[in-house]
Design a protein. Structure first.
Length: 289
């Protein structure tokens, strides 16, 4: 399936844990040293720490350790977990985020679902598709109307090559929000994997109506055209991707496909009717948020 980037901006995460923040800040701190730090604005500290985690995760992790010693508590542990995620230590990040669910998400289903979803993404990056899917399912139990969670679980199912289950989740997502171009695109990727080329093209057309000139959709359309043997039309799409989005992963994949197509056509020139080569799909493991 097409790459899914379940990135959650720092300010969104900070808002998601507003209830937990209020409870932690309201908790009396007994020690004299801690009393001196009561003036710390933990909400601002959280936002700053999460922002730093995206840019300098090692520095953010150390900063969160210091903040924890100054009364940051579980919010500081949250920043540590996300700093580990951005460092690429996905297993440790996933485990820590799961540990925080009953604490920061105990009285707030939205916060719990956010934590579970982020933990699911970490485990997906770690290569544990089954654990990721389980966490997304737990998140959906708390937020059953969250379209993003259905899309994320569909991606986890697609990574496990359970394409029909992925399609079922994407059907649900689109029933709730029919204007999600990304859901149409991911469903097209699942249909492509199942060789349902006509349905895949129909989904790509829907995605492009909602998000015209999307390079990922055009790349996938070209790949499907190559898959069914229409290499000339596929090349047109790949070249369009390069014009629309130069210096992107989609453009790099399109270039690889164009080079493969050129080699194939040169080798098969005397052999009319030979089968076209497979295009590179650009469906690597999820990209770093």
């Amino acid at each position: 399936m097409t790459q899914r980037n379940a990135y959650v901006p720092a300010e969104v995460l900070a808002k998601a844990f507003a209830v937990g923040l209020a409870l932690l800040v309201a908790t009396p701190i007994a020690t004299p040293a801690a009393a001196a730090d009561r003036a710390i604005d933990h909400n601002k500290e959280l936002q700053a720490c999460l922002t730093l985690a995206e840019r300098k995760p090692a520095e953010a992790f150390e900063s969160a350790l210091t903040w924890q010693d100054r009364g940051g508590g579980d919010l500081a542990r949250l920043c540590q977990a996300l700093a580990l995620f951005h460092k690429g230590d996905f297993k440790a990040a996933g485990a820590r985020l799961e540990e925080l669910v009953p604490v920061l998400g105990n009285d707030d289903p939205k916060a719990a679902a956010s934590l579970l979803g982020r933990a699911g993404w970490a485990w997906l990056r770690a290569g544990d598709d089954a654990r990721a899917e389980r966490l997304y399912s737990q998140a959906l139990e708390r937020q059953p109307s969250d379209v993003d969670l259905y899309i994320d679980r569909a991606f986890a199912r697609g990574e496990a090559e359970r394409y029909w289950d992925a399609i079922a989740d994407l059907d649900t997502a689109l029933a709730k929000d029919p204007k999600r171009a990304d859901a149409y695109l991911y469903r097209a990727g699942a249909h492509k994997a199942l060789a349902n080329d006509r349905q895949a093209i129909a989904d790509i057309d829907q995605a492009l109506q909602l998000k015209p000139n999307d390079p990922d959709a055009i790349l996938l359309r070209g790949n499907i055209k190559a898959q069914v043997g229409n290499v000339a039309a596929a090349k047109d799409d790949w070249q369009l991707v390069q014009r629309l989005a130069p210096d992107t992963s989609a453009a790099r994949t399109a270039q690889i496909n164009l080079e493969r197509a050129a080699k194939y056509q040169a080798a098969q020139a005397p052999k009319a009717g030979a089968k076209a080569p497979d295009a590179k799909s650009g469906t690597d493991k999820p990209a770093k948020p």
